[in-house]
Design a protein around this ligand. Structure first.
Ligand code: MF3
Ligand code: CO
Length: 249
């Protein structure tokens, strides 16, 4: 049996501090999103800001990934590489950031519209955030990993959307990705039983139409070209239930 991924009080304190820093950094980054901005320019600004804050961006160099941020636009599901893409009104953009300091890691993401987006687009973003909230509510001491997946999947499908299967959440803290995976689909009562001291990233990726994803290297897009939204929080399991370590403003 592999060791259970439970963190000590000291580790939790350090990871909690880093998650606060990341929440502020992500809010700062999303405020730069405007029509006419290139995603590579966002990444450069974020990298400078990380340096000012005294934190590292471990995505850069991870299995050849070239930048500190993952920026996924419209039909891009995840791991978008910042490039010359110009953001246009009505687009949606997901900024996904990981930071590291003193061997501790924090990871979060959020999707926002660029300028004015359609009602349908805004509904996709809203339902995705609701999926995350349901997933978080299910991530309590004594619950199982499958409870999270079921809660996310139920809400997405009830609203006519599809849950991406090919990418999942994960545990985190002393590495960017720790085992086990945290799927966004599942069955109540199945999978690892959650215990105080576990820290997991819940990150629903919700597609407007089909759940299939086509991948070329890092590039991961919906196979049918429909929009994909995602958001991610870090959740600490506590004796009473949980504590969300990251936050949206
Ligand atoms: N936050 C991303 C995730 O949890 C990190 C991706 S690693 C990268 O999937 F190298 F692609 F950036
Ligand atoms: Co993640």
């Amino acid at each position: 049996m592999p060791p259970k991924p439970v963190k000590s009080a000291e580790q939790i304190a350090a990871i909690r501090d880093l998650a606060r820093i990341l929440s502020d950094l992500l809010a700062w980054s999303l405020a730069l999103v405007k029509p006419g901005v290139r995603t590579i320019a966002l990444d450069s600004a974020i990298e400078r800001r990380m340096r000012e804050l005294g934190v590292h961006g471990p995505c850069k160099g991870y299995r050849g990934f070239p930048s500190v941020s993952c920026i996924s636009v419209n039909d891009q599901v995840t791991h978008g590489i910042p490039d010359n893409t110009l953001l246009a009104p009505g687009d949606i953009v997901d900024i996904d950031l990981v930071i590291e300091k003193n061997g501790f890691f924090a990871d979060m993401s959020r999707t926002i519209p660029v300028g004015k987006a359609s009602e349908d687009t805004l509904r996709l973003i809203r339902v995705t955030e609701e999926c995350l909230a349901y997933g978080i509510a299910a991530a309590k001491n004594g619950a199982h990993l499958g409870d999270i997946g079921q809660a996310v999947q139920r809400h997405a499908e009830k609203n006519g959307y599809a849950v991406v299967r090919d990418y999942c959440g994960h545990f985190i803290g002393l590495a960017m990705h720790e085992d086990p995976l945290v799927p966004n689909i599942g069955k109540k009562g199945k999978g690892l039983r959650l215990e105080p001291g576990m820290i997991l990233c819940i990150e629903p990726m919700i597609n407007e139409k089909g759940y299939a994803v086509t991948t070329h290297g890092w590039d991961a897009r919906t196979s049918d070209g429909s929009l994909s939204s995602r958001c991610e929080h870090m959740v600490l399991i506590t004796p009473e239930g949980n504590e969300v370590l990251t936050r949206f403003p």
